[in-house]
Design a binder for this molecule. Sequence first.
Ligand SMILES: [Fe+2]
Length: 370
Amino acid sequence: MSTFYMPTRIFAEENAIKKHAGDLASFGKKALIVTGRRSAFANGSYDDLASALAEAGVDHVVFSEVEENPSVATVMKARDIGLANSVDFVIGIGGGSPLDAAKAISLMIAMADKGKDYLYAPDCPGKTLPIVAIPTTCGTGSEATAVSVITDREKMVKKSIAHKIFPDLALVDGRYLAGAPVSVLSNTAFDALTHLIESYLNSQATDFSRMCVDAGLRMWAKSLPVLRREKTPDAADMKNMMLASTMAGMSIAHTATTIPHGLSYAVTTHLRVPHGKATAYFTAGYLCEASPEDRNYLLKTAGFAGVEDFRTVYHAACGTIDAPEEELKKVLLAAIDELSGNPAKMALAPFPVDREVLERIAYFELAHSM
Ligand SMILES: [Fe+2]
């Protein structure tokens, strides 16, 4: 059976915020803007939003304390600010962290009588305030998914909250990538690519999800010269990279991510490797476990000549993991142990995965860089 569910209204265009001020105003008279400390103020997105809201007669309050890997404490602090200001809706601007946080904050404002444990409470679908997502990086795709990853620092757990929350509106404008460092563009672009590959090589894949993957790969391939370091990104590249990321979000919204993402969390947590760089580290190994037909389709459609070409571009764009080999091996072992204990995640691969397969994928880069 194939089903397709994408309730987010997505407008992808230049000056999307300004052009859709009326849509923003349709959500109420006062907004809580959720963002990080810096980038939304540096790349122009906050200024565009503040003037669009003012023009539409919508008041706003800003919460700009969302950290990388947003915590339950941050969500609850922003919830209190939203409640104290009687906001009508929530707008997340930034990368995955502010967008994911905006979803959780919106839930907790609407469910004001609930405590923080409600975030992870299963079988409790709660209501939310309306949510607007404005991405300013090209990797997460959170504007087109129902996922919100929040970290419980007391329990040392980083995981998706139990509630599936799609934004109501996404305003997608590649111009906000212009101020991003090249390293951020590269790492997030590879995150988007891994979303596409893991959505395709997935036991939950359907004709509809693969339709999104195919469109996303073709869009992603247009920016390959940037990632090959053959050209500096121009406005068209930024637009294409942002679109590819949103399409990748739509792809995983229908499937979830699988082995490379599952292995990446330990690498990010212990070695502070950026998310996209960490997921793509395991992608060549994952592709090599797939059927030659699927592998060739994915690599060719994304613009690569083969696995070695993928690895060359990945290393040129994202670099290598800067850790002593013994330490890296320890972390990879921890990643394998962690994922081995998650049979549901392993079952998302479209081929049987046991510990031996996980080891081949996890150690692939080490084995091929010698
Ligand atoms: Fe990701």
